[in-house]
Structure formats: structure tokens, C-alpha cells
Design a binder for this molecule. Structure first.
Ligand code: CIR
Length: 253
């Protein structure tokens, strides 16, 4: 169970964020409204939410999940692989110091964005992507080990980050899309296939036995409901325009 979350307000520069989505530029005012809706959903899940100020120099900084991995034992500040995001990491550390005594850091040449990391109990799956390299993943595994946790590497080709295409809903339930459906390490889980035309909703988010799903993906919603979860639908269409999903918008711990 989680008790807290950290989010960062979208910057006006959000409109210049990285994207491959081809859905047009996000609307800043609407993004602010949707971000508020997202915070309200976290509160409905029982979380106390810390809201950090926008960082205008970093258009993608609202995707705060990528700059740290928060575990029950330690926090690990990452080193983003995207040039325009490298530097966001320095701004998360002060916020984490309020909650964590043990803060570790991923160092160059290692790069990690924590959207590539999926927590399953005390094990962490780490995707090797365009943003997370082998050195970063190996540093991450060593740091996890130091704190009594384990990690393993997953290769990926089709998705921006690991959790763009696969997410754990606890109770052995996992949502998976595309290349993740057939990977051997995930066959031990109860895999729910997310159709290609709803692949964005593979990034649905378990929080305290509720599941946040993006608005507008009815097949996925129905599949998650049939697993027995209460759904909270959240409109994050402005963030979808920047390849960002529900998990990307917060750190939960
Ligand atoms: C980026 O390309 O870095 C942002 N536009 C989207 C980041 C999404 N974060 C995530 O999947 N954890």
C-alpha cells in the first residue's frame, strides 16, 4: 500500500515536450485542469500528495516518475537519458530528503528513467530502452541489492519506457501489450492482454486496490473491472500527446 505521492505541476514549456505521438501540441490550460483531476484521483486513493512547482527549463518535468525510483527501503535518483531531461534529477532530491534518509544516485555514463522500472514486490524489472542504458541498469541493480532488493533487465524495442507497455496491478495481475505478452519472465503472472488500439491504457496504475485508467479506453476498463478492481477514470489526453501516461505523472511511496 502507498501513503504518499509526489507530483510536479506542468510547466508552460510543456507544449515543447518530447513526443513521437503525432497527436498535436498539448494545451497548457487544459493540461493544468487535467493535472488537478489526476491529483484528485490520487487523493481518492488515500494518498497525501506533495505538489512541486513547475520547472520551466524542463518541458517534460511534469513526468516526475522518471527522475527517481522510490522503494520501501531507499530512494534512487536517476540520470535521464533524454538530453533535454538531464538536469530534472537535481530538482527532485530536495523533495525526497523530507521523506528518505537513504538517497542513492545513478551516475554517468549510466542513464536511467524510472518509467523503465516496474516494481513487483521486492523485485524490480528494469527495461533497457533508448533512455535507460546497460550501465544505468547495472548500477540500479547494485543499489537495489545494497538495500535488500533485487532487479533484473528486460530488453525492449517497441515502447518508449518499460511501463509504457506493461504494468503490475498486484495480486499477480499484470497488464501487457505488444512485445511484453510473450516475454518469458512475465509468463508467471496472470497477463491481461491490452489490444494494440488501446495500448496507451496498458499504462494503468494500481494504487491501494483501486486502478486509475486513462479516459476513453473502454475495452481495457472492462478487462480491469473484470479482475475485480474499482476503476477511477482520469482524463490525461494532454499528456498522451507527449507519450506520457498515468504512472509517469507521479512518484508513489
Ligand atoms: C518523454 O519523452 O520523456 C516525455 N515526453 C514522456 C515521458 C513519459 N514518462 C514515462 O513513461 N514514465
Amino acid at each position: 500500500m502507498f501513503s504518499r505521492a509526489i507530483v510536479r505541476r506542468p510547466a508552460k514549456s510543456l507544449v515543447n515536450g518530447l513526443t513521437s505521438a503525432n497527436l498535436g501540441k498539448p494545451d497548457y490550460e487544459n493540461a493544468l485542469i487535467q493535472h488537478e483531476g489526476y491529483i484528485n484521483a490520487l487523493i481518492r486513493c488515500g494518498l497525501e500528495v506533495t505538489i512541486l512547482d513547475a520547472l520551466e527549463d524542463f518541458p517534460d518535468s511534469t513526468f516526475v516518475e522518471d527522475v527517481a525510483l522510490l522503494t520501501p527501503h531507499c530512494a534512487i535518483v536517476t540520470n535521464p537519458g533524454a538530453a533535454s531531461r538531464n538536469g530534472e534529477n537535481a530538482f527532485i532530491k530536495p523533495a525526497l530528503e523530507k521523506f528518505y534518509q537513504q538517497i542513492e544516485i545513478i551516475k554517468s555514463p549510466g542513464t536511467v528513467e524510472a518509467g523503465d522500472i516496474m516494481m513487483v514486490g521486492s523485485h524490480f524489472y528494469i527495461g533497457l530502452s533508448e533512455r535507460t542504458n546497460k550501465s544505468g541498469a547495472e548500477q540500479m541493480i547494485a543499489l537495489l541489492k545494497k538495500h535488500g532488493l533485487t532487479g533484473s533487465i528486460v530488453n525492449l524495442k517497441e515502447f518508449l519506457h518499460l511501463k509504457t507497455g506493461i504494468n503490475y496491478l498486484e495480486n499477480n495481475n499484470m497488464l501487457a501489450s505488444g512485445e511484453f505478452l510473450t516475454k518469458s519472465e512475465f509468463q508467471q503472472f496472470n497477463l491481461t492482454e491490452i489490444d494494440t488500439d488501446e495500448a496507451y491504457a496498458a499504462n494503468s496504475l494500481w494504487i491501494n486496490n483501486k486502478v486509475l485508467t486513462p479516459k476513453g479506453f473502454p475495452k481495457t476498463r472492462q478487462k480491469i473491472e473484470s479482475l475485480g478492481y474499482e476503476i477511477i477514470e482520469v482524463d490525461v489526453s494532454e499528456f498522451e500527446k507527449l507519450d506520457g501516461g498515468l504512472s509517469c505523472l507521479s512518484l508513489r511511496f
